[in-house]
Design a binder for this molecule. Sequence first.
Ligand SMILES: [Zn+2]
Length: 221
Amino acid sequence: MPARVEALPATGRAIGVDWGVREIATTTSDAHDLPHPQHGRNAAAKPARYQKTMARRKPERGQAASKGYRQAARQAAKLHRKVARQRQDAARKWARKVVRDHDVLAVEDFTPKFLARSTMARKAADGAIGATKNALIEMARKHGRAVHLVNPAHTTMDCAGCGARTKHALPLSERTYTCTACGAVSPRDKNSARVMLLRAGLDPAGVEGVRPDGPPARQAA
Ligand SMILES: [Zn+2]
């Protein structure tokens, strides 16, 4: 917990946040969606090149590493730090905006799995999501905003309109959620973001004017 809460003015607004591979964050507010940064994609080619050099010049057991190997290793580490710094800056900037504009946050409790078989792109996306989620929670606590961490199970299968659950998980390629129960049609990730609000006990229909249940955390400051 921060030593001191820097309270912000109440907004009367809540937001649902869904993490993803296409966009880092899709939210119930179009103005607060966060795409994956371009610099992450551009930077993905370079580490591969350094890794190739390192693999080619990998020292034999018991041998000292060559100058070329050490150089590539140094450049790879430097690039890694640069990408991490850019990611952290982007995450904080976005988190500040989300926290400034909302009293209550319903956030998917995403945990990256870092499976050995996941692709480099998936690993990079998971890393970006993890860093952004941490930045958001930290920023919310700093400013005394209420954060609900929402269990992500089945959030892509539930309808934010009527609460019905589809029988089968949508394939990732299916970008539209169509509810067979109530007929609601919405972009898949927007539906998931609204499900976050529902699961946090907030009303997605009145999201712009929603009031949190009970006293907001900021009053505890
Ligand atoms: Zn429905």
